[in-house]
Design a protein around this ligand. Structure first.
Ligand code: ZN
Length: 386
């Protein structure tokens, strides 16, 4: 059997920095985030930093998709299924209906396994393979599990997905077909317990958090999301937008988009960056922005599975603080109605992705005149939901 190629660590990667206390650490693995903040009782993610010779973004003629940004990622060479360079689609009728000048969907559903998670999986699996992890694991009932299973199969690494009985048959089959093992837990908290055990006792590499209060997902993987920010920065329709709406739970994607846009701004690739708006299924980040402790549990339930959960992470708050963003909670009834509205414009999306449009509609209704041109991140299509 032919060996898959070994990923190449970026020679400019210099270490990891805490998003909360800015302490710096060597190149290693940090599934529990910053050790200093964890000891103090304030879990927080770490993010990669690079030396001063990190290449600037330039046109890449030989590579396509996320691979063309390899020189600025933790793994400059990695196994790819062609993720990235997703289309930005104009929705003029829906823009009209919402009272906006323009509305574009960043179609992350066009990624190989149908969601934005592929950007994370590509970098995360590269790390796991390079450091010789015996297997990769994730707690997921949807996009993250299907994506990780696919990239693990590509890289020829064993994969375990810890889920609950509520996983839909379509998801189950997508994961099962790759050869990944599926383990069932009673609830999402027990999922974290199983992952924690596999990481601490067997050295598995985990793509997802297992702490409560949580940290963001694996920092190598989260860095993959900044390519979405780069792609937006290279498209004038995005840089001229007033706002980018991101469906958010623990803020991995939000952080990556913030980071990509802000790096592009610092490199002079764009003159301005749109503000960030979080769409969430019930007030969590919104409540923390209003003063509540980010380590609390926030009660609320609805069908927006991809952005569900009772917790908030420090990285989500930090992305909003630095990117001058805000958060809007949307109701399940309103997202169900917008799911239909989007489908009638040709885009059948998962409910969590639809939340972006619902958040925009709510803001315009409140006569927020600062929003004329908007982008929303269509994180996944609706085909895998039931
Ligand atoms: Zn720290």
């Amino acid at each position: 059997m032919k060996e898959t190629s070994m990923p190449i660590l970026n020679p400019h990667l210099a270490g990891f920095e805490c998003v909360r206390c800015a302490a710096r650490f060597p190149v290693a693995d940090y599934p529990e985030g910053c050790p200093v903040c964890l000891d103090a009782g304030y879990p927080a993610s770490v993010v990669p930093f690079y030396d001063a010779d990190l290449p600037k973004l330039g046109p890449s003629v030989e590579r396509h998709g996320m691979a063309r940004f390899g020189a600025r990622l933790p793994y400059s060479d990695f196994n790819t299924l062609g993720e990235g360079d997703t289309p930005l689609v104009s929705l003029p009728r829906l823009a009209d209906e919402l009272g906006l000048e323009s509305l574009h969907a960043k179609l992350e559903s066009a990624n190989p396994t149908g969601s934005h998670k592929d950007r994370m999986s590509a970098q995360f699996v590269a790390r796991a393979k390079h450091r010789g992890a015996p297997a990769v694991i994730a707690a997921s009932s949807g996009n993250a599990g299907a994506s990780l299973a696919a990239y693990a199969a590509l890289a020829d690494i064993p994969c375990t997905i810890v889920t609950t009985r509520s996983m839909t048959p379509a998801w189950r089959r997508a994961i099962d077909m790759t050869g990944a093992e599926i383990v069932y837990a009673e609830d999402s908290m027990q999922r974290w317990e199983i992952v924690r055990q596999k990481v601490r006792e067997e050295g598995y590499a985990t793509a997802t958090n297992y702490l409560d209060p949580p940290v963001g997902s694996d920092p190598y993987g989260v860095e993959g999301y900044k390519t979405l920010g780069y792609e937006l920065a290279q498209d004038s329709r995005a840089t001229e937008a007033d706002v980018v709406v991101v469906p958010t739970s623990r803020g991995d994607l939000l952080w990556g988009i913030y980071r990509g846009l802000s790096e592009a701004l610092a490199m002079g690739l764009c003159r301005r960056m749109p503000s960030l708006l979080v769409a969430e299924p019930f007030p969590r980040i919104q409540r923390v922005l209003e003063g509540e402790d980010y380590r609390s549990h926030f009660k609320g339930a609805n069908k927006l599975a991809s952005i569900g959960g009772a917790t908030v992470t420090y990285q989500a708050l930090e992305a909003l603080r630095r990117g001058f963003g805000s958060a809007v909670a949307v109701s399940e009834a309103d997202t169900l109605s917008d799911q239909k509205a989007l489908a009638r414009n040709g885009l059948y999306l998962e409910l969590s992705a639809v939340a972006g449009v619902t958040a925009l509609r709510a803001l315009v209704k409140r006569s927020d005149k600062s929003i004329r041109r908007a982008i929303f991140v269509a994180t996944s299509h609706g085909y895998k939901e039931s």
